[in-house]
Design a protein around this ligand. Structure first.
Ligand SMILES: [Fe+2]
Ligand SMILES: [Fe+2]
Length: 302
């Protein structure tokens, strides 16, 4: 396997190019222009929030809660990314730019939720404190693993934000989530193409890392109180589940875009990892179809 330092050095020009493309395709936007301020009013100190204050289902509220707390946990994501990629050259420039953009996401989502009273602001603030104080984030061990994880995760986040937006009844909320999702898409494209380049430099090392990351993949949100229950609610609402993970990420990105099955000259260890990866993707697809069928039955019974 190519060492971490050698891989980062070899891919630095690619990172610089992808950063340039990212900047060229990003359009500046402002959170304050998307928030429906006229819907807001003061909160009296000690105000007791109730679900009737907003108009969201529990599932959509769960999704916004998890998405926002994840964006709030930036200090720790930044730490991991800087540790993995380094603070210098295009890598450092990218990590800081990415952090600034993710910060914009938490600003716009929090302002939207506060103004529309969609979530209990006391519960949210306490959860933010707990989340950042515990400092838990996924910590891939090598840049190989890091590239694979963030590529999958940014696309997963784009899909989750977009699907959440579609379930919001007001146009302002939809526009907020659409805007955030379009940033996540550019983050995803940066990492997707970085993985493509890394597969050329070190195919065996990358296949082993991709297999490991698919095997252990979790949506960001570890460390959030009741994360499991929220993840179940998010799946129930069809915002993010096994079927989406299989059909919109694993098949189009891992199998098609990275053409994992067509790679040649792999080491025996990487061959084994590839076989396990392909099998796992099939199993996840089956689980996704079973899950969707059960959900349809439940809905039909209501
Ligand atoms: Fe984000
Ligand atoms: Fe992102």
């Amino acid at each position: 396997m190519t060492s971490a330092d050698a891989l980062l050095a070899e891919l630095e020009p690619t990172a610089a190019q992808l950063l340039e493309r990212h900047l060229a395709t990003s359009k500046e936007w402002f959170p304050h222009e998307l928030v429906p301020w006229s819907q807001g009013r003061d909160f009296e100190p000690g105000y007791k929030w109730s679900p009737e204050d907003g108009q969201l289902s529990d599932e959509v509220r769960s999704s916004l809660f998890v998405n926002l707390l994840t964006e709030d946990n930036l200090p720790y994501y930044f730490r991991t990314i800087e540790r993995m990629f380094g603070a210098d050259s295009a890598w450092g420039t990218w990590a800081r730019r990415w952090t600034a953009e993710e910060g914009r996401h938490s600003i716009v989502i929090r302002d939207y939720l506060t103004v529309t009273r969609a979530i209990d602001p006391v519960q949210l603030e306490r959860a933010r404190m707990a989340q950042v104080e515990c400092g838990a984030v996924p910590e891939p061990e090598t840049p190989h693993d890091g590239f694979a994880y963030v590529a999958l995760q940014e696309l997963a986040t784009r899909i989750a934000h977009h699907n959440t937006g579609k379930l919001l009844e007001d146009k302002a909320g939809y526009e907020v989530m659409k805007k955030v999702a379009s940033d996540e898409n550019r983050h995803y494209l940066f990492y997707r193409d970085l993985v493509t380049a890394a597969l050329e430099v070190d195919p065996s090392g990358m296949v082993v890392a991709i297999e490991r990351q698919v095997r252990t993949f979790e949506m960001p949100g570890t460390g959030i109180l009741d994360f499991e229950a929220h993840a179940k609610a998010i799946a129930r609402a069809g915002i993010y589940d096994f079927g989406i993970h299989h059909d919109q990420i694993l098949v189009p990105v891992v199998l098609r875009h990275w053409s994992i099955e067509a790679l040649e000259g792999l080491t025996p260890e990487a061959e084994q990892a590839r076989a396990a990866l392909v099998k796992r993707i099939e199993r996840i697809g089956k689980a996704g179809r079973r899950f969707a069928a059960r959900r349809d039955e439940r809905l039909a019974a209501v």
